[in-house]
Design a protein around this ligand. Structure first.
Ligand SMILES: [Fe+2]
Ligand SMILES: [Fe+2]
Length: 176
């Protein structure tokens, strides 16, 4: 499979639009549906960020010294977002506290996704070698399937681990 920078960019943007749709779903839902939508968000977002961390930020960091700062900022944002997701997991999705922290978190996620699209992909991802582009695409393509697994009470961190295990062939999508 030969993957171009444009194809990788298209897939990344597509996934960001999906994250946006799930976030709106959480905002607009109530009760059990809100729980469900938040589960979907942490599952999909964890798989997406795990793919980026390992197959986009990490190789890009090694390829272009002058753009290191752009990548470091994205990694830092993902750490912050993960911390906010952990905070949200400690709250009831129906609480006022959740709603306030969720608003802050979604703003952070939106800014992060825009920076990836407009700064990182534009500058850094062009430096990826053909095999690195292919590996990134393969990981991103597993995100949708990963987010269809159903495990009760799995946390954002659990989903990060499961995604990494899947990317490294330590488990198959759809298995426990
Ligand atoms: Fe990201
Ligand atoms: Fe992203």
């Amino acid at each position: 499979m030969r993957v171009s920078h444009e194809q990788l960019n298209t897939e990344l943007v597509h996934q960001h639009r999906h994250v946006e749709a799930i976030m709106l779903g959480v905002e607009n839902a109530q009760g059990a549906l809100r729980h469900e939508a938040f589960d979907q968000l942490r599952q999909y977002l964890a798989a997406h960020e795990a793919a980026e961390q390992e197959f986009l930020h990490e190789p890009a960091r090694g390829e272009l010294d002058e753009h290191r700062g752009i990548v470091e900022s994205r990694v830092q944002e993902e750490d912050d977002i993960a911390e906010m997701m952990r905070g949200l997991e400690r709250l009831s999705p129906e609480s006022v506290e959740f709603t306030a922290l969720f608003k802050e978190t979604t703003e952070r996620i939106r800014t992060h996704m825009q920076a990836e699209e407009h700064q990182e992909m534009a500058a850094v991802a062009r430096a990826l070698q053909p095999d690195q582009l292919e590996a990134a695409m393969t990981a991103l393509e597993q995100v949708a399937a990963l987010s269809e697994d159903a495990i009760e009470d799995a946390s954002f961190d659990d989903w990060l681990d499961r995604a990494r295990d899947t990317f490294h062939g330590r488990r198959q999508v759809g298995t426990r």
